[in-house]
Design a protein around this ligand. Structure first.
Ligand code: NAI
Length: 358
């Protein structure tokens, strides 16, 4: 690879990249700090076996930049950061490794704060917490919000309702047919909410136990993961993987809306967002739709400490935020994806101007 790191950092105005090593515990980690314009760089720690060190660094950079946009679009005062630990989370993780990582975070003095992500758990956060206070996601007994999946689910359903209002003139989901992909922490919670609102839901998961439980508990129809894109429904709801909206799946969709919680739903943002637009399919921008958990998680940093009612009311603003994205898209004649980016950038610029004046 030909020095892509500084090119990428320069192109997207990154602040800092920290490489962490602790030979005793085997820790090799990357902390990427994209922006602290709105507040401390914040974003979870991923533990993954990367094909190369460059791949780990580029993943951290890419994800950190995404967090800047996610927080800004959610109206939260945090910057974008992300950490990756190189290794197999089942085999290589140890208390010593997590504590060494915690000390690295602590040395940054609050410039970066972390939480869980793929390959790390709330229990891991508790261990890191013994070395540093700079954590966002923590169990309830450590003063954190605990399980954030229900809040993520609620936000994603609010985004879906905003899409419904755009397509059918009213947000109600009663009688709408939804194909829901993935019955994990968020998808399961969303399933309950959708049924409560009167939607008809077809589900799939690669885990047959979860599918059987959904059929038994809720009496919903189930299809195989391969068939989920071909359903004759109104809404496709991704709650599993990224990259699932692509040239192979787009022609198969019969829906008017794509909305769920999955991160990075497009295999190629520009190409696939344009293809959905071309087919007249309205979509909820993933990082706006799935910000509910983040909003809940960070409420305790606001004035007055954690206030569940305020936090949940703020999660529900995802409806208005999704509408605001559509307004920008219509006004500027651009895709919802670019519109969400513009919304986030406008907030960063506006607040920085206020600070300069102050
Ligand atoms: P999870 O790991 O609990 O659930 C994912 C589910 O998808 C599992 O049940 C898995 O068996 C299933 N799955 C995997 N491959 C599949 C396939 N090909 N077809 C159908 N099902 C498949 O994850 P979680 O926490 O529910 O997150 C779901 C999505 O939402 C992920 O993309 C995640 O990044 C995103 N997200 C989650 C947040 C949270 O609060 N947990 C916050 C923001 C985004």
């Amino acid at each position: 690879m030909d020095a892509p790191v500084f090119d990428y950092m320069r192109r997207y105005n990154f602040k800092k990249l920290v490489l962490c090593n602790d030979s005793d515990s085997g820790l090799r980690a990357v902390i990427a700090i994209h922006s602290t314009a709105l507040g401390p760089a914040t974003g979870g720690t991923r533990m993954w076996t990367y094909a190369s060190e460059e791949a780990a660094i580029m993943d951290a950079l890419h994800l950190a930049r995404g967090m800047t946009y996610k927080y800004a679009a959610a109206g939260l005062d945090f910057g974008g950061g992300k950490a990756v630990i190189i290794g197999n989370s089942k085999r290589d993780k140890s208390e010593a490794l997590l504590r060494a990582f915690g000390r690295m975070i602590n040395q940054l003095g609050g410039e970066y704060q972390t939480g869980e992500d793929v390959g790390t758990t709330l229990e891991d956060m508790e261990i890191i917490y013994s070395e540093t206070d700079h954590l966002v996601t923590l169990p309830v007994h450590c003063g954190g919000a605990g399980d954030i999946a229900p809040a993520t689910a609620l936000g994603s359903v609010e985004a879906m309702r905003a899409c419904a209002a755009r397509v059918w003139g009213a947000p109600e989901l009663k009688g709408r047919r939804v194909a829901l992909q993935g019955l994990g922490a968020v998808g399961w919670s969303a399933l309950g909410m959708l049924l409560e609102q009167g939607a008809e839901v077809v589900v799939c998961d690669t885990d047959q136990e979860k599918v059987a439980r959904a059929v038994k508990d809720y009496g919903v129809q189930a299809v195989s993961p391969a068939e989920i894109y071909d359903q004759d429904v109104d809404i496709f709801a991704p709650y599993a993987l990224g990259g699932i909206i692509n040239p192979e799946t787009i022609p198969r969709l019969k829906v008017k809306i794509v909305a769920g919680s999955a991160n990075n739903i497009f295999a190629d943002e520009e190409r696939d967002a344009a293809a959905l637009d071309g087919r007249g399919i309205v979509y909820a921008v993933d990082y706006v739709a799935n910000s509910g958990g983040t909003i809940l998680d960070t409420d305790r940093f606001r004035k007055g400490g954690f206030q569940p009612e305020r936090a949940m009311a703020n999660v529900r603003t995802i409806f208005k935020r999704t509408e605001a994205v559509f307004e920008i898209a219509d006004r500027e004649g651009i895709s919802a994806y670019l519109a969400a980016n513009h919304m986030a950038e406008a907030r960063i610029e506006a607040l920085n101007r206020v600070r300069l004046l102050g």
